[in-house]
Design a protein around this ligand. Structure first.
Ligand SMILES: Nc1ncnc2c1ncn2[C@@H]1O[C@H](COP(=O)(O)OP(=O)(O)OP(=O)(O)O)[C@@H](O)[C@H]1O
Length: 239
């Protein structure tokens, strides 16, 4: 099943065309990467897929249903984490997760909160206020919140940007397991090429709001006669 189908998406901000006639699909259980230089249109694309901003043209289907017409139904099966989204600083970690569990109207909220706390090893931080956490600890809470509703589609904007190498490695392993075992589809932006190589089945390169290349890391390296994805990135970004 096609989980995400974006067709001919366009988004303009005044004179800037941030996304230009973009086509993108993500399959069931697929981990897709969205790469590109700063300002390429990655976050704008994600925000359209999440219904946070409205495209100027084109259409978005999630789970085979038009987002604009089935918004509540499809978005209840999606979640999102990004390092730039702040959770309420005065709330304690457990309070944040409890609040989102209620917001999502989960059937067994306490049980699910306990599960994500264990998954992200947040037990010792449960009573700490969000504002007292390090940025890496906050990232783990963001990811725990994003998994509360067991989403079929997880959209992650630079998910491991603030994590140390050990924590980043563990989170990457955990996300890959989720995709493999639960069939969770993911769309991830990252500037960490090794992370993308390791996690993503398919990579879409954005430049100036357009997809300029797509394929697996291996296919792209072959096509661009590059040693690795880092070299592909440099070749694509520098035209
Ligand atoms: N709300 C906005 N108002 C005006 N211009 C915007 C807005 N959001 C994004 N843009 C512009 O749209 C373009 C794409 O921005 P976007 O944030 O999608 O890029 P990105 O690929 O996510 O970049 P980065 O890697 O730096 O996060 C940029 O030129 C940016 O300045």
């Amino acid at each position: 099943m096609t989980i995400v189908r974006a067709s001919q998406l366009v988004k303009r901000f005044g004179p800037v065309t941030a996304v230009h006639e973009l086509n993108l699909t993500v399959g069931e259980g697929e981990v897709a990467g969205l790469l590109g230089p700063n300002g390429a249109g990655k976050s704008t694309t994600l925000h359209m897929l999440l219904g946070l901003i409205t495209p100027d043209a084109g259409s978005i289907e999630l789970f085979g249903k038009e987002l604009s017409r089935h918004r509540t139904e499809v978005l209840s099966q999606v979640n999102f984490a990004a390092s730039y989204v702040d959770l309420p600083g005065v709330l304690r970690v457990r309070e944040v997760l409890d609040a989102f569990a209620r917001l999502y109207a989960l059937r067994r909220p306490a049980h699910r909160v306990a599960e994500v706390i264990e998954l992200f090893e947040l037990g010792p931080l449960g009573r700490r206020q969000m504002m007292a956490l390090s940025s890496g600890q906050r990232t783990r809470v963001q990811l725990a919140k994003a998994l509360l509703n067991a989403p079929r589609l997880l959209v992650l904007d630079e998910p491991t940007a603030n994590l140390d190498p050990d924590a980043g490695d563990r989170i990457r392993g955990l996300l890959s397991r989720l995709a493999a075992e639960n069939g969770t589809s993911m769309l991830i932006t990252s500037h960490n090429m090794r992370e993308v190589e390791r996690m993503c089945d398919r990579i879409h390169f954005l430049s100036g709001g357009r997809i300029v290349a797509a394929g697996s890391a291996k296919e792209l390296a072959g096509r661009y006669e590059a040693e690795d994805l880092e070299e592909v990135f440099l070749k694509v970004a520098r035209g």
